[in-house]
Design a protein around this ligand. Structure first.
Ligand SMILES: C[S@@+](CC[C@H](N)C(=O)[O-])C[C@H]1O[C@@H](n2cnc3c(N)ncnc32)[C@H](O)[C@@H]1O
Ligand code: SF4
Length: 503
């Protein structure tokens, strides 16, 4: 059977911590699949045919998206099914002679029979050599990992050794155009070994110098995506901290000029990571793209940071005011400007649909009550010690005995927090804003309603494993009291005493 998505047979996405995934949706946007391996520990081609890739290929070939780990894939939900990535000009090589053509020939045959172990080398490789960046965007999930680097030096060489076979090389980041590896690669790498090579990247477009543009011009095909996150100076500069709107727009226009000279399939596109700070600016982003004749993508911010997430709220009514109208206006401008500029109405844009499906509209129908909670000072001090002063409290609704995802949040102000919650029970978690929220096993609150006002009560659950700890303590107490206790060396007696007088 033909695979639905060709990524498992083509692509490796390498992160700065060395992990390798088949794509950027594999363990993000609600997916939690295991990494295929780590380049700091395992050679690249061993990971390529390792157990995670094999399992993915086997299940994708059978059309079993659930077993493949792809049932929840954002790209598939957005209608973005990845076909085979290749340069059609390779057909001019009637008997494949170049390494690119020979590898593609083997790959096609292997895909056709749904092979799980491949002779063909990877053909689309994204490499994030570091998370270093000149911006500090308010939503960036990489903020906690800026210092990470790929540690095994030969790992980078293993990636660069694939150049003759690659359909696409994808410099990742951090900001790719900041990294010396990519600046050198763009301007000086020997790429004539592969005349088909496409350079694809997502950039903040702040560092597009003449030298970078000349480097980009050397590639046959370019796929340049700019994360813009706003269609106006105000929204852009609120989200993209350190970014200057005028400079980035001028750079986008220069990149558009370059890809126009190259012609299709080269393109420039813009994306918005849609979050609380910019959702109302969506119509402007749409207009920005359509007026320049380029495409746009929308990627909803969900799991973190919770204060920008479209699925987690402090005061749901206040935070979502104007959202429906902004999305409707963006859809209207997409249609109207598309018609005005291209002379025909464009097809609907699936990204609007996925954005609307992501927002939990149903919870806004429930009444929410303003409540105030207090956190024991010992727990507050622990949080400060672990995370610094900027701590958030997350609220995970308990439905039946199941915990749902973090749906509400509040900043921890001293020992207090304020949040709007519906009636019900919630598990609590404490974390800094640049970390994924997770609940504590033993800390819950209940919100009940009396005379139209919400009342918050704290529920303490026994810690998991508490009964096992108690049993061990009982056994130790017994040892301490018996003759056996007297036989212990002094150091052990002291240690035992310390354990047993623990509060
Ligand atoms: C991490 S950046 C790296 C490339 C480059 N620095 C840039 O901003 O385009 C890649 C993409 O991830 C997006 N991104 C960052 N944090 C995110 C989050 N918490 N949720 C969703 N997308 C996020 C960025 O907006 C950007 O489009
Ligand atoms: S430009 Fe990209 S990597 Fe840099 S902070 Fe913004 S989203 Fe993160």
């Amino acid at each position: 059977m033909t695979p639905r998505c060709h990524v498992p047979w083509q692509q490796m996405v390498i992160d700065a911590n060395g992990t390798v995934n088949p794509c950027c949706y594999w363990s993000a946007y609600g997916n939690l699949n295991p990494a295929c391996g780590n380049l700091n520990e395992t050679p690249l081609l061993e990971i390529w045919n390792g157990p995670v890739y094999q399992n993915l290929r086997r299940n994708m070939a059978r059309g079993d998206l659930v077993a493949a780990g792809c049932a929840n894939c954002l790209a598939l939900r957005q209608g973005n099914v990845m076909g085979l990535q290749f340069d059609p000009d390779v057909a001019t090589e009637t008997s494949p002679a170049s390494p690119y053509a020979q590898n593609m020939h083997v790959l096609r045959e292997e895909i056709a029979r749904g092979a799980t172990v491949l002779q063909a080398k990877p053909t689309v490789v994204s490499l994030t050599a570091s998370y270093a960046c000149n911006f500090r965007c308010i939503h960036c999930y990489q903020d906690a990992m800026r210092g990470l680097r790929i540690r095994r030096e030969s790992a980078i060489e293993e990636v660069l050794a694939l150049i003759p076979y690659l359909d696409q090389i994808i410099p990742g980041g951090g900001e790719p155009l900041l990294h010396p590896l990519w600046r050198k690669f763009l301007t000086r790498a020997e790429i004539s070994v592969n005349p088909y090579l496409q350079l694809s990247t997502t950039t903040n477009a702040s560092l597009v110098t003449d030298e970078v543009l000349a480097g980009l011009a050397r590639f046959k095909r370019l796929a340049l995506n700019v994360s813009l996150d706003g269609g106006t100076k105000a929204a852009f500069e609120t989200v993209r901290v350190n970014g200057r709107w005028e400079r980035v727009v001028a750079n986008i226009d220069r990149m558009i000029e370059l890809v126009r000279r190259k012609g299709p399939p080269s393109f420039v596109s813009v994306t918005m990571s849609v979050m609380k700070a910019n959702l109302r600016d969506l119509p402007h982003l749409v207009e920005f793209a359509i007026r320049r004749g380029i495409t746009f993508g929308l990627s909803p911010v969900i799991s973190m940071p919770v204060d920008q997430s479209l699925t987690c709220f402090n005061d749901p009514v206040a935070e979502t005011t104007g959202w429906r109208e902004a999305i409707a206006e963006a859809r209207r401008r997409h249609q109207q400007l598309g018609l005005e500029i291209r002379g025909a109405p464009p097809p609907g844009h699936t990204h609007f649909d996925v954005l609307e499906e992501t927002i939990p509209w149903a919870i806004f129908q429930q009444p929410h009550y303003s409540v105030e909670g207090f956190v024991p000072s010992r727990l507050v001090r622990n949080c400060w010690k672990q995370f610094g002063r900027d701590v958030l409290v997350g609220f995970f609704p308990v439905v039946g005995r199941q915990l749902q995802e973090c749906r509400y949040y509040a900043p921890l102000e001293g020992e207090r927090y304020r949040v709007w919650l519906p009636e019900g029970e919630f598990a609590l978690g404490f974390f800094p804003r640049n970390m994924y929220p997770s609940p504590l096993p033993s800390y819950r609150i209940r919100v009940s309603v009396a005379a139209g006002l919400g009342r918050l009560e704290t529920i303490r659950l026994p810690m998991p494993g508490a009964s096992a700890v108690k049993a061990v303590e009982k056994a130790l107490r017994h040892v301490a009291k018996t003759a056996l206790g007297h036989l212990l060396p002094d150091a052990s007696k002291k240690a035992l005493k310390r354990i047993l007088v623990r509060p």
